[in-house]
Design a protein around this ligand. Structure first.
Ligand SMILES: C[S@@+](CC[C@H](N)C(=O)[O-])C[C@H]1O[C@@H](n2cnc3c(N)ncnc32)[C@H](O)[C@@H]1O
Length: 258
């Protein structure tokens, strides 16, 4: 007769055995990397689900510093950083610097030597923990001036793979076009908040009023990816891990394939 202890052990032993199978079914799938033309503009996450997830988003801190990351995208990025192990990270839109610090801390935890460049129009909110970190460069500038912020010679000297996080939501096409010229196979774009279902933030509540969709970030990304379809694939391992586009970054985890 199987003891209770043995039966309990068996549950987790089976889970451990199934882990590799479940992951590899998708990780190694021939349909993992998808053309933008094959992707739908929809998500399995509906508004009731997002209401709670987005409410939590505005309570998150990293090392005590307020951070504007969706919980699921924090996990997806953490997974991607582990597999890709970027040597250079670009973040457009640093806000308090918490996300740049999180990116840098995560790479340090993974024992990868990585430098993070984070850009914002106004860096007055950036925490000293980020400003004084030797692995992070905080740049105060308008991303509309991207060719001055990251001139060609500078970019050519920075080690790959690159992880490029677009999280300022302005000049998006210009930013994508600019980095495109210097990216290599294996680099990633992570385009934040392409979901048209982002709520508007009010002091006491979140309102799903469709205002965010008017920015058209999803369409800008689609136009870029259509133009350069031979170079990029949506990495569905990440976008679809929590359901189809189960992320605020619809179609937003993108691998350069050549
Ligand atoms: C959504 S917040 C960034 C959130 C941050 N990455 C995080 O995860 O906590 C967007 C930031 O983009 C900055 N921003 C807006 N327009 C910009 C521009 N033209 N150039 C650079 N930064 C800009 C804003 O000042 C703001 O701090």
């Amino acid at each position: 007769m199987v003891s209770v202890k043995e039966a309990e052990k068996e549950i987790y032993y089976d889970a451990y055995k199934n882990f590799a199978q479940q992951k590899d079914d998708v990780f190694l799938s021939p349909t993992r990397y998808q053309k933008i033309s094959a992707r739908e503009n929809r998500s399995d996450q509906d508004i009731p689900c997002l209401t709670n997830l987005c409410a939590g988003k505005y309570k998150l801190v990293w090392r005590g510093i307020p951070m504007m990351k969706h919980s699921i995208d924090l996990i997806l990025s953490e997974q991607l950083l582990w597999y890709v192990k970027p040597r250079t990270i670009f973040e457009i839109g640093c806000y308090t610097g918490a996300s740049a610090l999180w990116l840098s801390d995560t790479m340090k935890k993974y024992e990868v030597e990585t430098h993070v460049y984070t850009v914002d129009l106004d860096t007055s909110l950036v925490d000293p923990l980020t400003k004084n970190n030797e692995n992070i460069t905080v740049i105060e500038d308008d991303v509309g001036n991207i060719s001055n912020i990251f001139p060609e010679e500078k970019l050519k000297s920075l080690p790959h793979p690159w992880y490029i996080s677009e999280d300022c939501h302005f000049h998006v096409m210009n930013t994508l076009e600019y980095f495109h010229q210097y990216m290599q196979e294996g680099d990633y774009f992570v385009i934040d908040d392409t979901s048209p279902d982002m709520p508007s933030y009010r002091p006491d509540t979140l309102v799903f009023d469709g205002e965010w969709a008017k920015l058209g970030k999803l369409e800008v990304l689609r136009d870029f990816l259509k133009k350069y379809e031979e170079y990029y694939r949506i990495d569905s391992y990440y976008t679809d891990m929590f359901g189809y586009n189960g992320t605020m970054n619809w179609n937003g985890y993108i691998k350069r394939i050549k």
